[in-house]
Write a protein that binds this ligand. Structure first.
Ligand SMILES: C[S@@+](CC[C@H](N)C(=O)[O-])C[C@H]1O[C@@H](n2cnc3c(N)ncnc32)[C@H](O)[C@@H]1O
Length: 270
């Protein structure tokens, strides 16, 4: 046999041997996939949240078994798995299919596959309106892009972010993990009810201006106009007007609450 014919025969035999012996390409990927800190992600690289901060974030959001928790960009699934271990249903939305597979395997190992699920999806195209708690470790610029959608979630939804902020929407709480070296700060926001506008009260009219969870305005009653300042915590509203403390529960177009009037007293020396 001539040399060229021999090389061709050997090459064909080798190709046949490789094709028949090789497992399916997907199986190789799943077996060999080792996540690397700093690996590319669609909009942000993968860096895991330290487990201590995962715990802190879920504590700050007061996660209970009644909550549905969604982690946007769920990486290796640690936040979702931790929430599931606390009894919550939890979903990870992750763009990298290998990370999704890895997370599913980790959830199975931890025995929480019934509560922890993962989807391969783009967080910008995902519906997260059913969550009571949203966790994320993205970037401030991404948080800001998501902000309009977040502010339209049900009032009271808790959002916790590792390190990155939401620009001028200041957190309701910030906490750092003692003894932690990097990515150790968590911020919590509570989606406020929408109260901006004019409300009618038996005693007059309340006009509110809202900047995220902060409110200012005026209360017109009995011919007097009193300035109002206060805060929202989800559906709960608190404000003071003319020394009286108002608290209430916002339900769409009505508010029910209590007022604690500060009654002035004076005395003159005899
Ligand atoms: C900084 S890591 C955080 C991982 C995890 N949440 C944690 O705290 O350990 C960000 C993750 O978001 C994923 N990601 C980036 N862009 C995404 C997108 N558009 N949709 C879904 N996931 C995305 C990355 O692949 C990466 O796993």
């Amino acid at each position: 046999m001539k040399t060229t014919a021999l090389i061709r025969t050997l090459a064909v035999s080798l190709a046949i041997a490789l094709l028949t012996a090789a497992p399916a390409p997907r199986a190789i990927a799943a077996q060999e996939f080792q996540p690397q800190v700093g690996q590319d992600g669609k909009d942000v690289i993968w860096v895991p949240t330290p487990q201590g901060l995962v715990d802190k974030m879920l504590d700050m959001a007061k996660v209970t078994p009644k909550d549905f928790v969604i982690d946007l960009g769920s990486g290796d699934g640690r936040t979702v798995i931790t929430a599931a271990k606390r009894g919550s249903k939890a979903l990870g939305i992750e763009y990298n299919p290998d990370m999704v597979e890895l997370s599913k395997q980790a959830a199975a190992k931890e025995g929480v596959s019934d509560k922890a699920s993962f989807v391969k999806a783009d967080l910008f195209e995902s519906d997260f309106s059913q969550a009571q708690v949203i966790t994320m470790f993205l970037l401030s610029s991404i948080n800001l892009k998501l902000r309009p959608k977040i502010l339209d979630l049900k009032p009271g939804t808790r959002i916790v972010s590792n390190t990155f902020d939401m620009s001028d929407w200041k957190p309701d709480e910030t906490a750092s993990l003692p003894g932690c070296n990097s990515w150790c700060t968590a911020h919590l926001w509570i989606v406020p009810a929408k109260v901006q506008g004019t409300w009618t009260l038996p005693q007059g009219e309340l006009t509110l201006k809202q900047t995220f969870q902060n409110i200012t305005g005026t209360l017109k009653a009995g011919g007097a106009e009193t300035p109002v300042t206060g805060k929202l915590n989800g559906e709960h509203i608190n404000f003071s007007a003319g020394g009286a403390e108002y608290s209430g529960h916002v339900m769409g177009n009505s508010i029910d609450g209590m007022v604690k009037a500060g009654t002035k007293w004076t005395a003159t020396r005899k």
